[in-house]
Design a protein around this ligand. Structure first.
Ligand code: IMP
Ligand code: MG
Length: 222
């Protein structure tokens, strides 16, 4: 591995666009059609909180077969270690069901490997993976992704569910951020990516909180 040049993180460099909302919408439709074609009798979608939420919400509305949804949440112990644990389990019994695990992004594949092991023990009739984004070049654990939105290079992505320290999940598009910049200041891209809330003078009422269409809630991490 080559050493990084000692270039200071430059927060003035904006996040770069990756996929626009319209491009994501079109691709999600195509994936929904693929899943429906493979499962005409219906399917159980298991989504991994929190990142898969926008993807799942758009996917289910395009699926023209009966769908049940359920959620699980995991907590990572260390980055890239693959040592994760379930912090929220499913309510649904997967035995004998056709299951599609819905993920925002597959990076090293370690998280997915853990989840597939966990879910296959419940003896579903079938178990497939649907991921919006796939960083195949970063894969450590080979894992099959049956339905893939976009294959992307080794970049750090924000938006449409993906976060840094809980920020940026609610963007309707995907952008590329710089991890060094974000590590120094997790809010570095907030002013650039969100519409600034109007000042009291601009919103015309003088009342705090009114007309705050672009208000940013940094949310919690995870
Ligand atoms: P893996 O176990 O390395 O495949 O990690 C997958 C998890 O890492 C994803 O579910 C995300 O939570 C997180 N992750 C990986 N790449 C990115 C990214 O580019 N942006 C935001 N989160 C990411
Ligand atoms: Mg995830």
């Amino acid at each position: 591995m080559t050493a990084r040049p000692p270039v200071p993180a430059d927060a003035t460099v904006p996040a770069r666009p990756l996929f626009a909302a319209g491009e994501i919408r079109r691709r999600v439709r195509e994936i929904a059609d693929e899943i429906a074609a493979a499962h005409p009798g219906g399917v159980v979608l298991v989504a991994v909180l929190k990142g898969a939420l926008p993807f799942l919400a758009d996917l289910v509305r395009r699926l023209e077969v009966p769908v049940e949804v359920d959620f699980l949440a995991i907590s990572a112990y260390e980055p890239d270690s693959g040592r994760v644990r379930l912090v929220k389990d499913l309510d649904t019994d997967l035995a004998g069901r056709d299951v599609v695990l819905v993920e925002d992004i597959v990076d090293t594949g370690l998280t997915l490997g853990y989840l597939l092991g966990e879910l296959s023990r419940r003896e579903p009739a079938s178990l497939e993976v649907c991921a919006l984004l796939d960083k195949t070049a970063r894969r450590i654990l080979p894992t099959e992704v049956h339905y893939r939105g976009f294959e992307i290079p080794d970049v750090f992505v924000l938006g449409y569910g993906l976060d840094f320290a809980g920020r940026y999940r609610n963007l309707d598009r995907l952008v590329i951020g710089d991890v060094d910049v974000l590590t120094l200041d997790p809010d570095a891209y907030v002013a650039d990516l969100y519409r600034a809330p109007p000042t009291h003078a601009e919103n015309g009422t003088g009342a705090p909180g009114s007309g705050a269409a672009g208000h940013v809630n940094p949310g919690e991490s995870g």
